[in-house]
Ligand binder design. Structure first.
Ligand code: BEZ
Ligand code: FE
Length: 279
């Protein structure tokens, strides 16, 4: 029997795990302990730094509520959310790429008629969003559910401003017909800061990082037999495209936003969503 020591710390902790523990848990916990101990040894963590880390994690937990998930925000700014998303959404070439869901999705948005306006506060520059939901062979997918949400012209999602914005402002669900087409009117979204009045915001400031996300429209596209697509389309000329606070940008998701003269809206954005089949 050997007691815990710096030199054998990983084996000392992992050796305590029961061989009867669930195999996946054993694998994940063994790797976590290995990497965590290696990290602490590499930086030679001081007692004071350990206390600051505990304090930071405590404050992160205390910031969490039904409306605010500071731990997910921490995962987002560390690139962990996007890494997990990438590993779990590897798709065949040609399929639309996933990106982070974010904290502002609300299930149960009203189902609207094709072409409807999702923006009810009368703010911002109107934009016609149009395109198709298709499969890898380019065939239209009928009955696809296109759930969309964006911030308002002042950079806030409706859930961030209860009592100020209508709950379903800049949100809606559209169901494609046999042509696979979707069409709705929203606003040209604006870049906005992620919530930064908590420990994660403080960390970003200490690191000299800004909290902004480039302007985007969120889409969740689902259809029977196809993998769920959670993504955004990004406005191409946004100054934060290359420094998104949560690393959500992918080149393939930068969509054209064109000024229009004649139409019902000031802007028009066309984007086709290509769904991959469930394997
Ligand atoms: C969003 O795009 O809504 C979002 C994503 C991650 C963190 C904060 C906001
Ligand atoms: Fe967003």
């Amino acid at each position: 029997m050997t007691y815990f020591a710096e030199q054998n710390s990983i084996e000392a902790v992992n050796g305590r795990m029961s061989v009867d523990a669930p195999p996946r848990l054993r694998r994940v916990m063994a790797a976590l302990v290995r990497h965590l101990h290696a990290f602490i040894k590499e930086v030679e963590l001081t007692q004071e730094e350990w206390e600051r880390a505990i304090d930071f994690l405590t404050k992160t937990g205390q910031m969490c509520s039904a409306e605010r998930q500071e731990f997910i925000l921490l995962s987002d700014v560390l690139g962990v959310s996007m890494l997990v998303d990438a590993i779990n959404n590897r798709r065949p070439a040609g399929a639309t790429e996933n990106t982070v869901l974010g904290p502002f999705y609300v299930a149960g948005a009203p189902e609207r008629q094709m072409g409807d306006n999702i923006s009810s506060d009368g703010k911002g520059e109107s934009c016609l969003y149009t395109g198709r939901v298709i499969d890898l062979q380019g065939r239209p997918i009928a009955g696809a559910r296109v759930d969309v949400w964006s911030d308002n012209a002042e950079g806030f999602y409706s859930v961030q401003q209860p009592g100020i914005q209508d709950k379903w402002n800049n949100r809606g669900v559209f169901i494609t017909g046999s042509d696979g087409k979707y069409e709705f009117i929203g606003i040209k979204p604006v870049s906005y800061p992620i919530p930064n009045d908590g420990p994660v915001g403080q960390l970003l400031r200490l690191l000299g990082r800004h909290p902004y996300r480039p302007a985007h429209m969120h889409f969740m596209v689902t259809a029977p037999g196809y993998q769920r697509l959670v993504t955004h389309t990004f406005v191409g000329d946004d100054p934060f495209l290359e420094s998104d606070a949560v690393f959500g940008v992918k080149a393939s998701l930068i969509a054209p936003f064109e000024r229009v003269q004649d139409g019902r809206t000031v802007w028009r954005s066309y984007y086709d969503f290509v769904l991959a089949p469930i394997e």
